[in-house]
Design a protein around this ligand. Structure first.
Ligand SMILES: Cc1ncc(C[n+]2csc(CCOP(=O)(O)OP(=O)(O)O)c2C)c(N)n1
Length: 353
């Protein structure tokens, strides 16, 4: 529920998210077709991955709205690319003067265990130091597979631990309460969008099933499981809107239409051919004539001169440093989208970013 609420706020065409296997609801709310979501995980041809999906790990370039950056199943791998995207938003706005990026944000989704990774801390440092338009959305279900929070995070609450972190606005609450979650999500997105720096939004949620289909949750007591089901957001949402906004009949009609759409999508996905095993290595490296759909130099209108593999040894011999400098000078002069950044890559002691 909270992910769908978050998705509804990602209305800027240059917004981008990066999540992980738990992020299907937000992808559906951004416009991924149900048949693609089902078919990709069933190894069917077409869709966003041509059957390569290892379990709801998306790459969703979206011309109609917010996109999903290429995701990966490695926990923590989602954080620094999102910080990079947020940094690119700032570069487009402030260096290239591209007003299309005004108000855009980068959103990263993760779980309570993912905040123990290097990626989380590196991205947090980048986002707060550079005041990036980045939202850290953390769903805390108390477990990383079977490992409880107390073994991953001191005190079990990353939001409390980061309370004094400089440059970070924190929102913390119940992700299963429609009113509270909706308020916190709205506040968190508008804070980030207004250019007031990064935000951490920490929402507690139950994990209603095992981590994967093999996981019987034997490590949870009956009381824990019962307490988790008592927090199922769906009945809470129903209680919130029926009868104040919808009648019981309207709710039942919505439920029936959702079930029918899913059943139809499953049928469409099932009728698709199984993806071609011989194509599995396509796009591992860039392919001539098959450029990425979004982002990158080509889509930005930069037509690079064709590279050649013919050595041209004329001219004076130069050492490697000079060769690197000349190459950088050339690239930086001909293409404003080329950026050299990092520590100690410019004049000594210079604090340009
Ligand atoms: C780098 C890495 N280490 C370990 C794993 C195995 N793994 C998959 S999910 C997961 C737990 C993640 O838990 P959390 O971030 O709390 O998200 P949740 O699944 O609870 O939503 C682990 C350890 C992995 N995918 N990647």
């Amino acid at each position: 529920m909270a992910q769908v609420l978050l998705g509804l706020h990602l209305t800027h065409p240059k917004d981008a998210i990066c999540g992980y296997y738990r992020s299907r609801p937000i992808l559906l709310s951004l416009g991924v077709a149900l048949e693609d979501a089902l078919g990709s995980a069933m190894g069917r041809a077409g869709g966003y991955s041509d059957g390569r999906d290892i379990g709801v790990v998306f790459n969703y370039p979206n011309a109609r709205g917010a996109s999903a950056l290429p995701m990966c199943g490695g926990v923590g791998a989602q954080y620094t690319p999102t910080a990079g995207y947020a940094q690119a938003i700032e570069y487009h706005k402030n260096v290239l003067g591209d007003r299309a990026y005004d108000g855009a944000i980068g959103v990263v989704l993760g779980g309570d265990a993912s905040v123990a990774t290097n990626g989380f801390w590196a991205a947090l440092t980048m986002a707060t130091t550079l005041k990036l338009p980045m939202l850290f959305y953390v769903e805390d279900n108390g477990y990383g597979i079977s490992t409880p929070s107390w073994l991953q995070t001191p005190g079990c609450n990353i939001a409390q631990n980061l309370a004094s972190f400089n440059g970070l606005k924190i929102y913390d609450g119940d992700g299963t309460d429609p009113e509270e979650a909706s308020y916190l999500i709205r506040e968190a997105v508008s804070h980030t969008r207004a250019g007031r720096g990064p935000v951490l939004l920490h929402l507690t949620v139950p994990r209603l099933q095992g981590h994967s289909f093999q996981d019987t949750q034997a490590y949870k007591s009956k009381d824990v499981v019962e307490a988790e089901w008592a927090r199922d957001p769906l009945p809470k949402l129903k209680a919130h809107v029926v009868p104040s906004l919808l009648s019981e009949t309207d709710w039942a009609a919505f439920e029936a239409s959702a079930q029918e759409r899913v059943a139809r999508a499953a049928q469409i996905a099932d009728q698709r051919p199984v993806s071609e095993a011989s194509q599995v290595t396509r796009f591992v490296f860039s392919e001539d004539g098959a450029l990425q759909d979004e982002g990158g130099l080509w889509n930005g209108g930069y037509d690079a001169p064709r590279a050649t593999d013919q050595a041209r040894p004329e001219g004076a011999r130069i050492n490697m440093i000079t060769a690197i400098r000349r190459t950088l000078d050339h690239e930086l002069a001909v293409n404003p989208r080329v950026l050299v950044f990092g520590e100690d890559v410019g004049p000594k002691g210079a604090c340009t970013v």
